[in-house]
Ligand binder design. Structure first.
Ligand code: SAH
Length: 410
């Protein structure tokens, strides 16, 4: 697997071929959906190279959109413009990135001491590109081959807009990378890498982020506002933060929310260490972090008859595909059933799913099943998603993956 050299790409941004759809397959693309699957393609008029600009046309030759070609992926073409006048040249990428940066400014998420997602793939009309800003550093994730071949252009634009001290490339999830034919090891692309962890502000709290070793791009920015929302219910309560990673919910509940005490659990030793450091950083002496398996811990706490005023469940993705949804829902049911059992009357359950293929409706139904089995009502107070710096394109709802329900259990 190799990534085409940037020099191999024509700079004009004009199409080198036309991809012709099968009859009856054009509707999603008139609806601005950006993914053209191989199964929708009837023919290719021309011989595009990997990453080339191509036009998309109906079976009878009508222009629909302009995008980038990847013969190795099931997503054969990713669409970026829906008019024939737009060239996908360096200026085009610069403008898209400038628009994404401007949105974060509008959201008030441009504080240099804080962190924000600056580019959210389809949600910013930049399918295949994710950029997170952690203070003065950028972490870039590329999930499309054609974006990989334009990385220098994209970094030029990011550098011009945000003037970061360093730009780091973080590998995409292994499965995704394989689907796209991408081989991009983690590396420093521009400037310098931070010496150690960097510290970011989040709703008045401070978190250390390990940009080179951490999970995802280092931190779960999508849960920023959900941590704050959860903390609003924590006052005086004993809190269990299950799957705590670097302690986001635990620290928010203890340091900002006034929890009586917090037990935070993660199976990764590295995560548990980060959580302990973040608790100390915020003076939250009442946070205890354990390195343990969540399923075993939930069983053990249940067997011991422990009770909590609040339980947070933020597990990793249980469903990696549509086919895995039923198994995932069973796993969600199991941990949520155990969590409800641990809640004292009037306790609060904060329960999340980051499996894109589990819909919000599926997740609510799972909670109905939990209420039935527990013989207790579950009152949904809030059903939340990712923070606003993770916009979702209405034309590509596949980008909506996070559900965070805050519920009361009388
Ligand atoms: N709540 C966190 C993010 C959680 S990410 C935040 O706000 O930042 C999910 C976490 O679950 C990861 O840190 C991963 O190490 C942990 N994890 C995965 N499987 C686990 C298991 N079986 N038991 C406990 N933790 C697990």
């Amino acid at each position: 697997m190799t990534t085409p050299a940037p020099s191999a790409l024509p700079a004009s941004g004009l199409p080198s071929a036309t991809v012709v759809l099968k009859p009856q397959r054009a509707r999603p693309f008139f609806g601005r959906h950006p993914w053209v699957l191989d199964s929708a393609v009837a023919a290719v008029d021309g011989t595009p190279d990997d990453g080339d600009v191509v036009d998309l046309a109906t079976h009878d030759g009508r222009f629909i959109a302009r995008g980038l070609w990847n013969p190795r992926s099931r997503i054969r073409v990713r669409l970026y413009a829906f008019d024939a006048a737009t060239k996908l040249d360096a200026e085009f990428w610069r403008q898209r990135i400038a628009a994404a940066v401007a949105l974060r400014k509008h959201l008030g998420l441009d504080d240099r001491a804080a962190a924000a997602r600056v580019v959210n793939s389809e949600g910013d009309d930049l399918s295949g590109l994710i950029v997170d800003r952690y203070g003065e550093y950028l972490a870039v994730q590329v999930t499309a081959l054609a974006i990989a071949s334009r990385l220098e252009t994209i970094c030029d634009a990011l550098a011009a807009e945000l003037n970061p001290r360093g730009i780091l490339l973080r590998g995409a999830e292994r499965g995704l990378a394989k689907l796209e034919g991408l081989a991009l090891p983690d590396r420093l692309i521009r400037g310098a890498a931070p010496e150690g962890p960097i510290f970011i502000h989040e709703h008045g709290l401070k978190f250390g982020v390990d940009l080179t070793e951490g999970q995802k791009t280092g931190y779960y920015l999508d849960q920023r506002d959900n941590r704050q929302a959860a903390a609003r219910h924590a006052r005086g309560r004993r809190v269990l933060d299950m799957f705590c990673y670097s302690g986001g919910f635990a620290v928010a509940c203890a340091a900002a929310g006034g929890a009586r005490s917090v037990l935070a659990v993660d199976s990764s030793a590295r995560a548990a260490a980060l959580a302990r450091e973040n608790a100390a950083l915020n003076g939250a002496a009442n946070v205890v972090v354990e390195e343990a398996d969540a399923f075993e811990t939930l069983d053990a706490l249940t067997a011991a008859g422990e009770r909590f005023g609040m339980v947070v469940l933020d597990p990793p993705k249980f469903a990696r595909s549509r086919a895995a949804v039923d198994d995932a829902l069973r796993a969600y049911h199991r941990i949520n059933r155990l969590a409800v059992g641990l809640l004292e009357p009037g306790g609060v359950l904060v329960t999340c799913s980051c499996s894109g293929s589990v819909t919000r409706e599926d997740f609510h139904h799972m909670l109905a099943g939990v209420a039935q089995r527990a013989g207790r009502p579950v009152q949904i107070l809030e059903s939340r998603g990712a923070a606003a710096d993770h916009p979702v394109s209405a034309s590509c709802l596949e980008g909506e993956y996070l559900t965070c329900v805050i519920a009361r259990v009388p």
